[in-house]
Each structure stands twice: as structure tokens, then as C-alpha cells.
Design a protein around this ligand. Structure first.
Ligand code: DC
Length: 428
């Protein structure tokens, strides 16, 4: 699986320096997306294109060739590394980058350049638009004063002449343009880590981000292993039986257990158990407190933790990445159901989802339809406080074929119906 790091933020936050350092240190391909907009700007200026002439811009975009070679930026084969950092590109790039056709073409190009690679991209809309599913998202920020000071110093070092007033005006103008643009505006992705670099040295920022990305990379490695179902050897079966027996007896010591409707788990085909989700212990209760082999579908993050990963492999827990269309997970689920196995899914998606008024997820009904299997609803009641009663009521299998129709919304309706049944069972 390619590993994608998105670094966004306004200009002057040290993005370029930090990203280039991280790319080398972490062996990631470095993509400076700002440079792609700068190349287009240079080409449009060179060809004296009116920035309102959409047709001409489209034509230019069709034929433009932008490449990165080591530390060089090539525009139509020509080295423009220095030229794109100077006037008149500086004063025009913001406007050009917010032309719809330009943005579409550059986003496509950036995605294409990154295809199948471990990559770190810096820009304005990477985490929000180019790669909304990036593995790591970082939003770098700094006060305007600090950014002006840094840019002045940088320009001095490069021998570029400018006054403080010019730099400040340019930064403020670009900030405003980038943040208020209707097309690809600069904003922090909800799941991005915010790093204020105002009082940090570049080295400190580099170290902080290095640690963050490194730990995410390690987590990902563990998570990816979760997608490999280990072989069902006698050794694994024995290990599973011992752990299951031990944990089940702990359950019986610490809780008073009542289970009803176990006969509903006697099916000739594979099926899906859908239950309400109160607590981390409820999935365990469903897996441990019966004689069946039940494979729970759980958030992939669980596999980050080595001991949980061990248990996950023992009980063949199927990982799923939240908020993403996790095809690998869907494939494992379908294969298991076709293999007549039993899956456990919480349609609330999250713990106490019902209480939090979260929309019922339709993944279980989707899988049931694709695999042609039934859904057994399970209602779990109890507080899970020690020495209290826990009740699990399994209901009759639901054949979701009864809900199928030409209306694509049938799947949501069927999911709601399954959830209603679960709620009813949890109150019995
Ligand atoms: O990072 P930079 O200063 O080289 O970016 C140049 C311009 O391109 C800047 O005004 C913002 C714009 N840009 C963008 O809109 N989206 C990106 N992903 C990267 C840059």
C-alpha cells in the first residue's frame, strides 16, 4: 500500500524546507505542488495568455509538460527551478492557481505523479482535496510577522532584493487569496495535526514531524499485517480454544450472563450478526460466549497495538479502515461469508452510536446482499459494571431480500430496520 503524507499551510511556514528534509530522511518521493502551479503561471506569462481566456488556458494545459528531476523543476524539458521563484511568477501564481481548469489539471497531475508511490506532498489543499485519504496530514502554521521575517532572510540568502513592506504585502495578499478562494481554498483538514511553528526552529519542526510520520508508518505496518488472515493450523485452533475458554470463564466470574436465542446461530450458510455497541467488552461477549467461531469486523487501528494484534490474528478479526472505501476489508468479508463463516458487525459504527444519534451504517446490509446471506440481530443489555447482569438476545435471522427494491435507498431503509430490531432485542 502506498504511504501518503500531506503537508499543508500558508506560505512562509517552512513547508518546503521541512518537506524536502523529511522526504530524504524517510525515503519518500517529494512533490512540491506549488511548483506545478508556478510552472503553469510561467508558461501562461511566457505565452502572454489572457488569464480570462479559458479556451487558450485549456489548450496550454493539454500540452504542458512538468517534471521533477532530482532537485530541478522542468517545464517542457527546460530547467525553470530558479525562474519560477521570482517575479513575475510570484505576483501571478496565486491568481493562476485559482483558475478552475488549472486546478483540475494540476490536481490530476499531482495524483498521477504520486500513483503507487510512497510520497510526501506539500501545498494548500493536499489533505482536503488532492489526497483526502492521506495516511498523515499536517497543517503547518506561523504568525504573519514570523513568516515575513523568514521570507526576508530566505530572499537575502538567495540574493533576491526586496523590502519588508513588499514581502508583508505579498504574504498577506496570498494568505487572503488562498484562504478565501472558492477553488481549492487553503484550510486545515479535520483530521490534520496542527503545528504552530512560530516559536520553533526548523530543526525542531523537522524532528517533531519526523517522529509523527515515523510512528504512523510503524502503525501502518502493523495494520497492514491485520489484513493477512493467518492459517488455521491445529496450533492456532488450540491457542484459540485456550484463550477463548480462559476469557469466557473471566466473563462468568465478573458478570451474570443471560443468553437467549442461541438457536438462531444454527444456520447452514454463512451469516452476519449485527449487534448494538455499548462497550469494548460487548464484541468479546459475542465472540466468547457461544461455541461458534465468530469473526468480528473492527476498526483497523486495533491492529496497531501488538497485544491486540495477536488476539486479532488469533480470532481472525477483520480490520476495516473507518471513513474509507476499504476494498481489501470488503474482499475478506465476502470471502469469509462465501466460506460459510460468521461475521460480527456493529452497524452503529461507533460505540453508543445510537445515543450519539449517529446514522446507522449500511455496510452489513451491503455485505449481506453481495454475499447472499442473512443477518442475525443481537440486542445486548446491561451496564457492564462488574458483577452486574449482561443479557444477549439473538433474534431470528433477517432475510434482507425482503427489503430489496429498485430504489437505491432500500439499503439504508433495510439497515434502519435491522437496527430497530436490535434495539427491540436489547430492551427485552
Ligand atoms: O507553495 P508556493 O508558494 O510555491 O505556492 C505557489 C502558489 O500556488 C500559492 O499562491 C498557492 C498556490 N498553491 C495552491 O493553490 N495549491 C497548492 N496545492 C499549492 C500551491
Amino acid at each position: 500500500m502506498p504511504f501518503i503524507v500531506a503537508i499543508d499551510g500558508p506560505s512562509g511556514t517552512g513547508k518546503g524546507t521541512v518537506t524536502s528534509y523529511l522526504a530524504k530522511k524517510l525515503k519518500l518521493m517529494y512533490l512540491d505542488t506549488g511548483a506545478t502551479y508556478r510552472c503553469v503561471t510561467l508558461k501562461l506569462l511566457n505565452e502572454k495568455v489572457d488569464l480570462k481566456d479559458e479556451e487558450k488556458i485549456k489548450e496550454i494545459l493539454k500540452n504542458i509538460k512538468i517534471d521533477f528531476e532530482k532537485d530541478k523543476v522542468l517545464l517542457d524539458g527546460e530547467d525553470v527551478t530558479l525562474e519560477i521563484r521570482k517575479e513575475p511568477v510570484n505576483s501571478n501564481v496565486s491568481q493562476v492557481s485559482h483558475i478552475l481548469e488549472v486546478r483540475k489539471a494540476m490536481v490530476n497531475l499531482q495524483r498521477k505523479m504520486s500513483e503507487g508511490k510512497d510520497v510526501i506532498l506539500e501545498g494548500r489543499d493536499i489533505g482536503t482535496n488532492v489526497f483526502p485519504n492521506a495516511d498523515v496530514k499536517i497543517y503547518l502554521d506561523a504568525s504573519v510577522d514570523e513568516r515575513v521575517e523568514r521570507r526576508l532572510k530566505q530572499n537575502q540568502e538567495k540574493g533576491i532584493k526586496c523590502t519588508e513592506k513588499e514581502v508583508r504585502e505579498n504574504i498577506e495578499f496570498r494568505d487572503n487569496n488562498d484562504k478565501t478562494s472558492k477553488i481549492g481554498p487553503l484550510r486545515q483538514a479535520e483530521d490534520a495535526v496542527y503545528v504552530d511553528t512560530t516559536d520553533l526552529t526548523i530543526k525542531e519542526v523537522e524532528n517533531k514531524l519526523y517522529k509523527l510520520i515515523k510512528s504512523k508508518k510503524r502503525d501502518n505496518k502493523w495494520i497492514e499485517r491485520g489484513y493477512i488472515t493467518t492459517k488455521d493450523t491445529w496450533c492456532k485452533r488450540l491457542r484459540k480454544a485456550i484463550i477463548k475458554g480462559f476469557l469466557a470463564s473471566l466473563y462468568h466470574i465478573f458478570y451474570r450472563i443471560e443468553i437467549n436465542g442461541l438457536e438462531n446461530l444454527e444456520q447452514d450458510e454463512g451469516f452476519i450478526i449485527c449487534a448494538n455497541h455499548l462497550n469494548y467488552l460487548d464484541a468479546a461477549a459475542i465472540v466468547l460466549l457461544n461455541k461458534k467461531n465468530i469473526r468480528f469486523v473492527a476498526k483497523s487501528d486495533l491492529y496497531r497495538i501488538p497485544i491486540v494484534s495477536y488476539l486479532g490474528h488469533t480470532f481472525d478479526i477483520i480490520p476495516v479502515k473507518r471513513g474509507k472505501n476499504d476494498l481489501a476489508s470488503i474482499k475478506i468479508c465476502l470471502k469469509a461469508l462465501k466460506n460459510k463463516e460468521i461475521l460480527g458487525i456493529f452497524p452503529e459504527g461507533t460505540r453508543k452510536g445510537l445515543a450519539k444519534n449517529v446514522k446507522v451504517k449500511n455496510g452489513a446490509v451491503f455485505l449481506a446482499e453481495k454475499a447472499g446471506v442473512k443477518i442475525v440481530p443481537a440486542g445486548i443489555g446491561g451496564t457492564f459494571k462488574l458483577f452486574t447482569k449482561i443479557k444477549i438476545n439473538y433474534g431470528e435471522a433477517i432475510d434482507i431480500k425482503a427489503y430489496q427494491s429498485d430504489d437505491p435507498a432500500w439499503i439504508d431503509k433495510a439497515s434502519e430496520e435491522v437496527m430497530n430490531k436490535i434495539v427491540e432485542l436489547s430492551k427485552k
